[in-house]
Design a protein. Structure first.
Length: 394
């Protein structure tokens, strides 16, 4: 049996909320199922996302962007996906000949939303604009001068523009000033891409709060008395069966409670998009579940490693700088900065899954099918826990 694998890369709007996910499939976990045939790759993405796993599990209520090859455009292959909530991305190497243009016309008539991927405006490619609602520009490949010129030209049409390869806050701000509507890249997906920026006071307070509760001398039970809404949230999580209680107690296990204290402080930030909180909880939970498969136990720092790994994006600051300010275990510090060591291997696996880099999706001692199941379980848990948190935020 082959693995049912689907990667997803988020696409953000101007307020940095998630607009949709580009669905990706490149290789098997072992790298043995590479696709030179783009039609086969698209077929596998559709099969896995919509039929094997379920699109609700993969993207929730967001839009699903699917790469589309010539074969699917001209009708050589069936396209068994709904029109609602799906965006069809025409890959950059598809030539706009008459057969392709007729195929796009037919897909548009059926109600599909069409996007042009890695678009470069010229006399030939312009023929496809009549059928597209979304255009994606690779800001790195084009360069800023060409990006500015193409945005100015495309803005004469009613199009949604996506900036691809947005790698830093500076990239994001420049693209937003140019008038892009949506953004895709490692700015939010990976930490440590923003360097040398002064942290805002509210976010410095978050670091100080995390630092206080990371101290070994601080009892997590103390937080229940000092943060009333934390106690209410924990009770709700217990009621929903999302966390386990300590033996004979009505509060979470102490190790679980410590994790929840950190999650409450981090995910309670008021000026960050909800999806960043989900991402933080997801990474933490997936690291924790992978660690459990290795019998590391409840006291493993895997949850903390996954949670803290998102701080670069959450706080718009360099992750190494943040790590310097936190009283982290040496193993956690090493994992965050190098993605090596026991916790580092887990984090590297999670980050590789986020990026659909299947060659790197591996953990010694954990089977590939188990990693896929853990990914889906962690994603569902993160969504549920974050949703349960919302009523307890100011």
């Amino acid at each position: 049996m082959s693995e049912a694998l689907v990667g997803r890369q988020p696409i953000y709007d101007r307020t940095l909320d998630v607009y949709g996910y580009e669905l990706l499939f490149r290789k098997s976990f072992q790298g043995s199922a590479e696709f030179d045939d783009g039609d086969a790759a698209t077929s596998r993405v559709i099969l896995n996302a919509f039929h094997t796993i379920g699109i609700q599990e993969v993207v929730g209520t967001r839009r699903a962007f699917i790469n589309l090859t010539r074969g699917f455009i001209v009708g050589d292959f069936e396209l068994p996906v709904p029109t609602e909530g799906v965006v069809l991305e025409v890959l950059e190497h598809v030539e706009p000949d008459e057969e392709v243009l007729e195929g796009l016309r037919s897909l548009q008539a059926k109600g599909f939303t069409i996007a042009l991927d890695d678009f470069v405006l010229d006399e030939r490619s312009a023929k496809m604009l009549d059928f597209a609602s979304i255009v994606k520009l690779d800001i790195v490949e084009l360069g800023w001068e060409a990006v500015e010129a193409q945005v100015a030209e495309l803005r004469t049409r009613e199009l949604v523009l996506i900036a691809e390869q947005v790698r830093s806050l500076e990239d994001f701000e420049r693209c937003r000033a140019l008038g892009f509507d949506l953004y895709q890249g490692y700015f939010l997906s990976r930490p440590s891409v923003i360097r040398g920026r002064k942290m805002k006071q509210g976010r410095q307070d978050v670091v100080e709060g995390l630092s206080a509760w990371l101290q070994e001398s601080r009892s997590p039970e103390e937080a229940l008395d000092r943060i009333p809404k934390l106690r209410e949230w924990c009770q709700e999580l217990l009621r929903l069966g999302l966390v386990d209680a300590a033996d004979g107690e009505s509060t979470p296990h102490p190790s679980v409670l410590r994790n929840l204290v950190l999650a409450f402080i981090l995910c309670g930030m008021k000026d960050r998009p909800r999806d960043l909180s989900v991402s933080a909880l997801f990474r933490a939970r997936m690291c924790e579940l992978l660690s459990a498969r290795l019998e590391s136990g409840l006291d493993s720092p895997a949850f903390t490693t996954g949670l803290i790994s998102t701080l670069g994006s959450m706080l718009e600051c360099s992750l190494p700088r943040i790590v310097e300010d936190l009283p982290l275990l040496q193993d956690v510090r090493f994992a965050l900065l190098s993605q090596k060591g026991a916790e580092g291997e887990l984090l590297a696996c999670v980050l590789a899954f986020e990026a659909a880099d299947w060659d790197q999706v591996r953990v010694a001692g954990v089977e590939p099918f188990d990693i896929q199941a853990i990914y889906l379980s962690a994603l569902a848990w993160a969504e549920s826990v974050e949703q349960a948190l919302l009523p307890f935020l100011d």
